[in-house]
Design a binder for this molecule. Structure first.
Ligand code: HEC
Length: 128
């Protein structure tokens, strides 16, 4: 029933990244629903992670985890990872190209909504 190789097969199928499906990439897959495919977001609703220096990503994540930097969701999310895992995630996103490649924008559609797209045209300070 709970044959170990069955679980392994599932685990291997999930990432769907034939090349270099290392642990960083697997951990980072959790983030791409919000931060876009390979950490590239569309519009200004969420910060892109791709191509940010590893040190900056690490600093952000550690600050979220400790509560030093206030956040809506990232405090909760960052707390779910060990420092070592955060290190790997940061390394993964730092290694991604910050420019979207042709054909990679589709999967980031989850977070893209019309309201968010419109909000990017609002000048800073408007409404506050
Ligand atoms: C549910 C959506 C969601 C998920 C999933 C998510 N994030 Fe975030 N992330 C946000 C939001 C929203 C912000 C802006 C800060 C806040 O309000 O929490 C943010 C901000 C950040 C920042 C700061 C970037 C900057 O330039 O200021 C980093 C780094 C980050 N996220 C990393 C991650 C990583 C790594 C993961 C996966 C482990 C992840 N996020 C998963 C929504 C998400």
């Amino acid at each position: 029933l709970s044959h170990p190789s069955f679980a392994l097969a599932i685990a291997l199928l999930l990432p769907m990244q034939p090349a270099r499906a290392d642990e960083g990439a697997q951990l980072a897959a959790t983030c791409t629903g919000c931060h876009g495919t390979n950490g590239i977001t569309v519009g200004d609703a969420l910060p892109s992670l791709a191509g940010q220096p590893k040190a900056a990503l690490l600093a952000s994540l550690k600050a979220f985890k400790s509560g030093e930097r206030s956040a809506t969701v990232m405090t909760q999310i960052a707390k779910g990872y060990s420092d070592e895992q955060i290190e790997r995630i940061a390394a993964f996103f730092a290694a991604q190209k910050s420019q979207p490649k042709a054909g990679t924008t589709g999967a980031s559609g989850a977070i893209r909504d019309p309201a968010a797209a419109g909000a990017s045209a609002v000048p800073p300070g408007a409404g506050s």
